[in-house]
Write a protein that binds this ligand. Structure first.
Ligand SMILES: [Zn+2]
Length: 348
């Protein structure tokens, strides 16, 4: 397959099935995983039992009472195809699949799943957090990472001819590692060369999103092409949130549907969906309507409907009606679900 160039991509969006008119993207979930393996590294070294997940243990697994190695493996094309069909039936059209290096991306499976489900899939590229990356990456330089991401957009990713339509999720831990900074700088260069948007996964520290945003500002990167993920589990006060949005980046609440207080990584005040909508309202009040996107970031089996979870349909079936009940206008909902994703996924 031929190598695309910037001119071929400009004004278009790129799904795993090829270039599309951005007007066809429709209602879009900006941060999900369809095929992914996020097994914590300690359990790769010492695997735990792959206990079947069912309705009787789903809650216990989510609260860390019981463990199953299967929780972290989204490796069932037939199951996710059915779940994506439910999303399409509920009004969703496009899913941004951000399984980056370290999380076992599988572009060919995404092509099959997109065809079978009717959901458009836009694939990410680049590398996830330090601890998940191939140890050989520690030897690699900024330009090497940049060239790899440019090729993933222009030629194909992970040994295939299937091309990425966005850069990310680019992982950061707290504290931010040297390797992760090099990958991020490579992503910014790749963005300059391709015109793609970048999705950032910040570390679990309430000041790290700002640290990364400041890094982008210092590099002169276009802030309106950068999406900061996982705000829900990272920032809990309006002061930090509004300061971050004032940099011009896009604020992503991407843990919709995850409402349990227990959070495996740390003891935080995990918001519920209503709290998320209230924080979004604060952003809108400050004039940031054009800088908000939402999603579920499904990366655990327990979040699929098959196992007792909410699935990819949750935002369409439950959250959007709640937005209407809570005074969100149709223009606001359309901006968050359609217009801003379309702007971000359109190559510039
Ligand atoms: Zn993710």
């Amino acid at each position: 397959m031929a190598r695309l160039d910037r001119a071929a991509l400009k004004g278009r969006a790129q799904t795993v099935l090829g270039l599309v008119d951005p007007a066809s993207l429709g209602a879009t979930l900006m941060h999900e995983h369809v095929i992914c393996d996020i097994t914590p590294r300690k359990y790769v070294a010492e695997p735990i039992e792959d206990r079947e997940i069912d309705l009787c243990n789903c809650w216990q697994i989510n609260y860390g009472q019981t463990f199953s190695g299967l929780k972290w493996k989204l490796n069932q094309p037939d199951v996710v195809t059915g779940e994506l069909r439910e999303m399409v039936a509920a009004g969703g059209r496009t899913v941004v699949e951000l399984t980056s290096g370290g999380l076992k991306p599988d572009p060919k499976a995404l092509v099959d799943i997109s065809k079978a489900s009717g959901a458009q899939l836009v694939m990410g590229c680049g590398h996830y957090v330090n601890d998940y990356q191939d140890p050989r990456n520690h030897q690699r330089k900024v330009d090497d990472f940049a060239a790899e991401m440019v090729a993933q957009v222009f030629e194909g990713a992970w040994g295939t001819e299937i091309r990425a339509g966005i850069i990310g999720e680019i992982g950061c831990q707290a504290p931010w590692t040297d390797l992760e900074r090099r990958v991020m700088q490579g992503a910014i260069i790749a963005q300059q060369e391709t015109g793609a948007a970048i999705n950032v996964h910040p570390g679990r520290n309430e000041d790290q999103p700002q640290e990364v945003a400041d890094f982008f500002l210092k590099q002169g990167a276009p802030m309106d092409r950068m999406v900061m993920s996982h705000i829900d589990r990272t920032i809990f006060d309006e002061t930090r949130l509004l300061r971050l949005a004032d940099t011009g980046c896009v604020i992503e609440f991407d843990l919709f549907g995850q409402e349990n207080a227990y959070y495996v990584h740390s003891d935080i005040d995990m918001p519920n969906d209503a709290t998320r909508l209230r924080l979004m309202r604060a952003l809108i009040g400050r004039g940031h309507l054009d800088r908000i996107v939402i999603s579920h970031d499904i990366c655990y089996r327990t979040r699929l409907t098959r196992y007792g979870g909410h699935g990819y349909q949750h935002i369409f079936a439950n959250v959007i009606p709640m937005m209407r009940r809570r005074g969100y206008s149709e223009t606001e909902i359309d901006t968050i679900m359609v217009r801003t994703p379309k702007r971000l996924l359109t190559f510039v």
